[in-house]
Design a protein around this ligand. Structure first.
Ligand code: 13P
Ligand code: SF4
Length: 303
């Protein structure tokens, strides 16, 4: 804390000067999440807030596709990311050209893309989804088949929740694909009363061992409302750190895989971002207009 304190003060002071807000994902480290963020949440909540917040500048505490989504929804604002190299294995698994090829292979089949994609990919889609609304988005299209891209594991999970036929891609989250059903069975063998909650970006053998699966916001709600005595959080490490403060009576068991992209964002880099107004996220206005249709269609769905 003594190391963080001067950064926290400088960031919070400079935010006022710049009329800036910090939107931070649930995977940001506790000092960002608790001390400098103005809005925290899952990918859906951050996208919704990006369109609403009253500020001149958005600092994205998260990865590049999240900052692009903010720019797409708030083109008049300056959107900064403290480290432009903060990528995502899902976003880098598919291109706009891949979507155009898939459309020619499956004519007339609607394309749902996860928000964990580039602006170029969103621009080629019919609608976006996040892990908090993927099933509802798929069913809103009223077709018997959809292309669901790029996360193969989220696609497998959606397929278990709907009658719509899911055509998938081979993308994966490098953090969640590392968990195994075997390690979860060991936690259960050690303590049969333990509650396991897993993110739907995990492989199916992991989800099958879990008592609950949902987006990071839904996982946080589960812990805060159900108050399990011991819980295994099968997701990125910082999630448990961040919820712990709000659920001090819950014991967290953490298999803990780190997202190296999320961890590129630090307090010193956020401060630099505010001082030098870097790195600015720019999206081609034609691409942004097309991508906005896909994101807004999701945000405006009544679910
Ligand atoms: P959600 O917070 O929307 O569940 O997404 C998880 C994730 O991996 C974001 O990169
Ligand atoms: Fe991408 Fe996975 Fe990291 Fe989220 S946790 S940013 S999906 S690599």
């Amino acid at each position: 804390w003594p190391f963080f304190a001067p950064y926290v003060k400088a960031i919070n002071d400079l935010k006022k000067v710049r009329n800036a807000v910090i939107l931070a994902h649930n995977y940001q480290t506790p000092e960002i999440y608790n001390c400098v963020a103005d809005v925290v949440g899952d990918s859906f909540q951050l996208a919704r807030e990006a369109a609403r917040v009253d500020a001149d500048v958005i600092i994205q505490g998260g990865v590049h596709f999240m900052a692009e989504t903010s720019k797409i929804l708030s083109p008049e604002k300056t959107v900064l990311i403290p480290d432009a190299r903060a990528g995502c294995s899902l976003a880098s698994s598919i291109t706009g050209e891949d979507i155009r090829l898939l459309r020619s292979k499956y004519p007339g089949v609607p394309v749902v893309v996860y928000v964990n994609t580039s602006a170029e990919v969103k621009a080629e889609a019919d609608i976006c989804c996040t892990s908090s609304n993927a099933v509802e988005v798929v069913e809103s299209l009223g077709t018997d088949r959809v292309l669901f891209l790029p996360d193969q594991y989220l696609a497998d999970w959606v397929a278990t929740q709907t009658k719509v036929k899911i055509i998938k891609w081979h993308g994966a989250c490098e953090v969640h694909e590392r968990f195994t059903g075997e390690e979860l069975r060991r936690y259960r063998a050690d303590d049969p009363s333990v509650v396991i909650i897993a993110h739907p970006e995990c492989p199916q053998d992991v989800i099958k061992e879990a008592d609950f699966s949902g987006s990071t916001a839904k996982m946080a709600d589960f812990v805060k409302t159900k108050r399990p005595k011991r819980v295994v959080m099968v997701t990125e490490c910082s999630m448990a750190d961040n919820i712990m403060a709000e659920a001090p009576d819950v014991e967290f068991v953490r298999p803990c895989n780190l997202c190296p992209h999320m961890k590129r964002i630090t307090l010193p880099k956020i401060l630099d971002s505010l001082v030098y107004m870097t790195d600015e996220v720019v999206v081609d206005p034609i691409v942004a207009a097309k991508a906005r249709r896909s994101v807004e269609r999701m945000v405006n769905l009544k679910i």
